[in-house]
Design a protein around this ligand. Sequence first.
Ligand SMILES: [Mg+2]
Length: 188
Amino acid sequence: MNNPLFKPQAIILDRDGVVNEVVIKEGKISSPHLPEEFVIRRDFSHFCAFLFHLQVPVFVASNQPDVKRGLMSEMALAAMTKQLCGEYPIIQEVLYCLHDDIDACACRKPKPGLLQALIEEHRLAKETTLFIGDSHKDVLAGQSAGLKTVFLRKNYNQASLQLCQPDIIVSELMELTSMFTSKEGTHV
Ligand SMILES: [Mg+2]
């Protein structure tokens, strides 16, 4: 990474695989469906502490179609969100798309609707806001919204990486901190 140092105005993260661990069910990557399956990634925890130090606000934008698919209750999802925001008050807002493909909504990633809503509501500068995800759908959504994109590379998403061209690829969120400065006015 040869990017110059900059102060992000905001960091937007995908949830599953970035904020919390993915769940492996019958050999497949899945989302947590129960609060007890919701395990925050240690790397995210360290990253939040760093962003708190820099006073950079954090947002979460996540597809959660499994309520509609009957695999998770709305109460369980709400409990996870409550836990997350309670433990990490630096998180300003968590936005979910609860639709499925058949709904043809504007918010299900790779569509940019969730990100556009956050950008507009919080008046985020696209040049200095990063969107971090672990899927090509995240990268495509981020690029459609005009954001710089970060792909969090893990052993389960190598094929997904082949389907997109993120601005930055890291194996841990904390790798990004070497790019950040507390000084205002610098750009990616
Ligand atoms: Mg994910």
